[in-house]
Design a protein around this ligand. Sequence first.
Ligand SMILES: [Zn+2]
Length: 424
Amino acid sequence: MSILIINGKVIDPSQDLSAPRDILIEGKKIKGIFPKGKSPKADKTVDASKCIVIPGLVDIHAHLREPGFEYKENIKTGTMAAIKGGFTSVCCMPNTNPVNDAVSVTEFILKKAAKEGSCSVYPIGAITSGQAGDTLTELEALIKSGCIAFSDDGLPVMNSLIMRRALEYSKIFDVPIIAHCEDSTLSEGGVMNEGIVSTRLGLQGIPKAAEEVMVARDISLCELTGGRLHLAHISTEGSVNMVRSAKERGINVTAETCPHYFTLTEDSLKEFDTNFKVNPPIRTAVDLEAIKEGLKDGTIDVIATDHAPHNYDDKNCEFDKAAFGISGLETALSLGLRLVDEKLIDLKQLVTMMSVTPSEIMKINKGSLSEGSDADITIVDLDKKYTVDSNKFLSKGKNTAYQGMELKGAVVTTISMGKVHEWE
Ligand SMILES: [Zn+2]
């Protein structure tokens, strides 16, 4: 079966292309890319008039919750949410139950994804057994079974020697170690950013230093080992500055942030709405500006979602007891497009940060519309406005911080491995 995408403006940073083009898909692959009107006939056409056509988005930080927490999300619903949000590849964190620290769990995830998934799924293995922080997992065996990176995300690796060894292995196996930077002795008991607002609200704070001391440590260990370090969800001005100077010194570090760190500040917690409770916490206006600057100048390489779906009871309780996290897959692109609207970055940069670079970091061979690539394509109507309604989310996690907000730029079609999903 062949499909032709016509009338769209193709933006593909991987081949430095930003022009009207038709794309021909055959089966699961891109067969060719043609100037308007020069394309061959196909069995089916997809009209992308007034839309941009970009490589399918790649999320390198999502929690699909399966196995073990299927009441929050599963591979089926999580990957459906992904394609609704324009993502055709999702890398899933290992903090499931059981933890993805063994070949059997990795194989289970991949099998389930092949059977029930709507997009490509790449498991991230745990750095330590049970994410307990004391014993390294069998990294080589996990890589052979399909893990593409390692992280204890959700928890920090507090033991610096373990982190050092993980980074040494990352060099040998050429896989990223993804650091969830949080010194738990500093953050323990905290529920929001530590500062004037937390004092006023009477909520226990998490200081920026809880993140920054670990960013400093891990950059230092990365320099020591020559390993491949990727920093998850950085949220503070101090972290951005450290990553910038590490890169200037030639250290092999990459970093991601998430939409909530460049769209929200701690002031949004004043209503005690647990949908704004996230870890690391939403910071101050100064941090938000620094994160934006980091995105603009390339210090921050990737926009990831940290998609953290929860069920109703996990969030509808006292603020102190509520779970951390935002269901992010279905709003991330529109929030990223705000940066383009604000002229902070251009479309090419956004697509680079949400597709090309994430694919390169994970070495998954996605993020391109060139001939022979996988047919993973997202078609976006940049002018289409919509109001966020979590009841319409395909994710089981309705925990969004953007409920009722009007966003601009909507995914109209997602093609994952040649399969077309059209949204109204
Ligand atoms: Zn994390």
